[in-house]
Write a protein that binds this ligand. Structure first.
Ligand code: FAD
Length: 498
């Protein structure tokens, strides 16, 4: 294959597709190469027995008129094309800590009033907390579509502030501390290292407004892909990129595993930077750079159960449900194989056809890659009965825990499917099934800042490992990466004018 493109993008995750959209819209001839038969990375949904399950995009935030994701979605022509449902304004996230229920209400006024109703003596702490997370969220130009200081992209003044310590400094009320940190599943938080900006960006994003996709998050991938193709771009599936090809010191092409070669002027990798560098002859990279990228710690992986239920037996719940067994929501600090699962995230996916009942339930909990390490050299079909039994035991444990809060669940199950850290590893292609990519660490913040420019002049990065994970974090990373080609200032102006 001798086609030559302006830009080749490796991976069709959200970051690859958004970068492809911006670049193709601006006249670049782009080609996206995806290893899987389906595009989208963790935007993918799958169908089982009448249910559509999302694999890694359960809810999104800040989509009300004028809010930040709404402005981005307008530019990407997603706003009027995606099917979404606003979650319950009185409690978009329901938190169960040690069997006591709290709700996160939507919009700051409601959020504050609701928290004060639970903790009437903690008004000052609650107000101080809210002011601080709004201040942190406002401090970042890209999260507000303001033109950033290009020299300090991805560098935030709150990178060194520890979330857990900050929350502890507000109040001695342990229950309130846990309620404020309860969404830490969304960033795989650890009390020793999660920076305040990560917590604040994500909590602020959802408190502003929270929505769920209707009929699957893969619609985002489909809508972006069809626009890229309309703009003249190419998307090729089942093409696993294997190696970068150089002519002298210049990167000129990439090879896939089936022997095809693709030429381009520039390359953007939407896959983990360490996996990307693994495809380059070591001699071409500065040792310090390679060592730094290879030594970065990733966030934890997950174990998910996707459950099918009998018709009309289980209610559709228009909220997410976060459960923590102990009065300590930082479960990554202490969970081990014996006491697993310590927490879970539970949701009923939304469908255009049903409102009252749900035939489908998804449950996700953290799981360390170590637990599946002994099967890491096997592929899906050959993991054997030991692995299948292990998965079943884990799924049953998780379902038993969920059943304690939702007793009507267990007797109405008609079947279930699971995904493990190996599933995430294989379908994202990131080496260890990490769900949110590179860990941001307040003790060593600059180490985890990855520039969209690599040490090879025409190779760039995009996706959750640059900037931050999630719909908003990855959107910003795609804008930053595409800004390297079209000019970030102009691009931000165009998004603001959309
Ligand atoms: C369990 C889970 C729950 C989540 N929940 C939410 C949520 O509720 N809300 C939210 O906003 N975010 C959520 N996220 C995070 C969000 O899904 C991710 O941050 C985001 O989708 C990552 O996008 P990305 O661009 O980095 O690409 P990825 O999704 O990582 O995709 C990378 C792509 O590259 C492809 N690829 C890899 N190697 C190669 C190769 N060699 N050649 C060609 N292609 C290759 C992969 O197949 C994949 O398609 C969740 C994630 C997980 C895992």
């Amino acid at each position: 294959m001798n086609d030559k493109y302006d830009i080749i993008i490796i991976g069709s995750g959200l970051g690859g597709l958004l970068s492809g959209f911006i670049l193709s819209k601006n006249g670049y001839n782009v080609c996206i190469l995806e290893k899987n038969p389906q595009i989208g990375g963790t935007l993918q949904s799958f169908k089982r027995d009448g249910c559509v399950f999302d694999t890694g995009m359960h809810y999104i935030g800040s989509l009300n008129d004028g809010q930040i994701l709404n402005r981005f979605f307008r530019y990407f022509n997603l706003l009027n094309n995606v099917k979404i449902r606003k979650l319950d304004e009185d409690g978009f996230d329901v938190i169960n800590i040690d069997n006591k229920i709290f709700k996160y209400a939507m919009g700051y006024e409601r959020f504050e009033n609701k928290l004060i109703s639970y903790f009437p003596n903690e008004k000052t702490a609650i107000k101080t907390y809210i002011n601080k997370i709004r201040e942190v969220a406002d401090s970042e130009p890209m999260y507000n579509l303001r033109i950033p200081d290009l020299k300090n992209l991805n560098v935030n003044p709150y990178m060194r502030v520890n979330t857990h310590k900050y929350i502890e400094s507000l109040t001695s009320n342990n229950e309130l501390q846990n309620v404020l940190a309860a969404l830490n599943y969304n960033y795989a938080g650890r009390s020793d290292n999660t920076p305040l900006y990560v917590h604040a960006f994500i909590n602020n994003y959802y408190i502003n407004s929270a929505y769920r996709f209707v009929d699957g998050s893969d619609q985002i991938a489909r809508i972006l892909a069809s626009q890229i193709i309309n703009n003249g771009g190419t998307i090729l599936k089942n093409r696993k990129v294997k190696e970068f090809v150089f002519k002298g010191s210049k990167l000129i092409a990439i090879d896939d595993t089936t022997g095809n070669r693709y030429f381009a002027n520039s390359f953007i990798s939407n896959i983990h930077p360490a996996q990307t560098l693994g495809m380059i002859d070591p001699g071409r990279l500065r040792k310090v750079y390679r060592n730094r990228i290879n030594s970065l710690e990733n966030t934890v992986s997950a174990f998910s159960v996707y459950i099918n239920l009998k018709e009309n037996t289980f209610p559709y719940i228009n909220s997410n449900y976060y459960y923590s067994k102990r009065n300590n929501v930082w479960s990554l600090d202490y969970y081990n194989e014996r006491n697993w699962p310590e927490n879970y995230f539970f949701y009923t996916p939304a469908f255009s056809t049903t409102n009252k009942y749900s035939r489908c339930v998804g449950v996700v909990t953290f799981m360390k890659y170590n637990e599946v390490k002994k099967w890491e050299d096997t592929s899906v079909e050959e993991r054997g009965t030991e692995y299948i039994d292990w998965k079943r035991t884990k799924a049953e444990k998780l379902i038993a825990l969920v059943t304690k809060q939702f007793p009507e669940l267990e007797k109405n199950i008609t079947g279930y499917y699971t995904s493990t850290p190996l599933t995430y590893r294989d379908y994202i292609g990131n080496g260890d099934g990490s769900i949110y990519g590179i860990l941001r660490n307040c003790n060593n913040p600059l180490e985890s800042v990855i520039s969209p420019r690599s040490s090879i002049s025409n190779l760039f990065f995009t996706g959750q490992n640059i900037n931050l994970h999630g719909m908003l974090g990855v959107t910003i990373s795609a804008v930053i990466t595409a800004g390297e080609f079209v000019g970030l200032r102009n691009l931000i102006r165009s998004i603001n004018n959309a």
